[in-house]
Design a protein around this ligand. Structure first.
Ligand code: PEP
Length: 253
């Protein structure tokens, strides 16, 4: 696994220019860590340009992209547009998009490939539902999702491991305050690592596997101590520097 942990915030549909001060505080603290933790914020598309101009060098990301290069897709944004606006990475396959926008694994894979072709880095999300966890099928379901969503072909060649990260995000843990046991997180990350090795050979060992779902200052130290947790994707607790920075500091330990 790559050295420094990656802690990325997902602002979802939150944040206007009034919140640039939060990004500033996070960017300043991240700079002071001198690369001990990689920090990024995936902000609403409306803030990407302003944030990337205001805080040069601090990684600003998108939360989704369209898989096409351009065309008749009203309201959508392609990878090249987001890159042009200043984004250096994007989330793909977040469960809220898989659910509300009916994005299946092949759609997520096409988006990941489009992002990598356009120089963006990718955080690819996978995760099981409450019912899947309850029925004992979580590992099987999540590994199946990963196998079917991983970018392949020319897009992936050369992009793995540095420009691809995977986020394991149990759907039932997102925004609920619930998290899996440390044993369940370790088991899932171990299984995902095997899938990455099968897909990419030795390069798959370096791909960071993030945990996401109700990561807070109070549980971050414990989560980051789990074997093969290469960072976190953080929703609610990334909106305010006061909540997010203790998580970043926990990753630096
Ligand atoms: C997310 O939406 O990616 C997420 C992890 O949210 P939260 O941290 O709020 O559970």
């Amino acid at each position: 696994m790559a050295g420094a942990k990656l802690v990325a915030g997902n602002w979802k549909m939150h944040g206007t220019s009034a919140d640039l001060c939060e990004i500033e505080a996070i960017a300043e603290a991240a700079r002071a860590l001198n690369g001990r933790v990689e920090v990024a914020l995936c902000v609403p598309a409306t803030l990407i340009h302003r944030a990337s101009e205001a805080f040069p060098g601090f990684p600003i990301g998108a939360q989704d992209i369209h898989m096409a290069e351009k065309g008749a897709h009203t309201g959508d944004l392609c990878a090249a547009m987001l890159h042009d606006a200043g984004a250096v990475l994007t989330i793909v396959g977040h469960s809220e998009r898989r659910d509300a926008h009916r994005e299946d694994d092949s759609c997520v894979r096409a988006k990941a490939e489009a992002a990598l072709r356009s120089e963006l880095r990718v955080i690819l999300c996978v995760g099981e539902s409450d019912a899947e966890r309850g029925s004992g099928r979580a590992v099987e379901v999540v590994c199946g999702q990963l196998d079917a969503s991983l970018p392949g072909g020319e897009a992936a060649a050369g992009a793995v491991p540095d420009r691809l990260a995977v986020a394991y995000e149990p759907i039932w843990a997102i925004g609920t305050g619930k998290i899996p046991t440390t044993g369940d997180i370790a088991e899932m990350h171990r299984a995902l690592r095997q899938r990455l090795l099968a897909a990419f050979g030795e390069a798959g060992r370096q791909v960071r596997i993030l945990y996401g779902g109700s990561v807070k200052p109070a549980n971050a130290v414990e989560i980051f101590a789990i074997p093969d947790v290469g960072g976190a994707l953080v929703g609610g607790a990334s909106l305010k520097a006061a909540d997010f920075l203790p998580i970043v500091e926990a990753a630096a330990r």
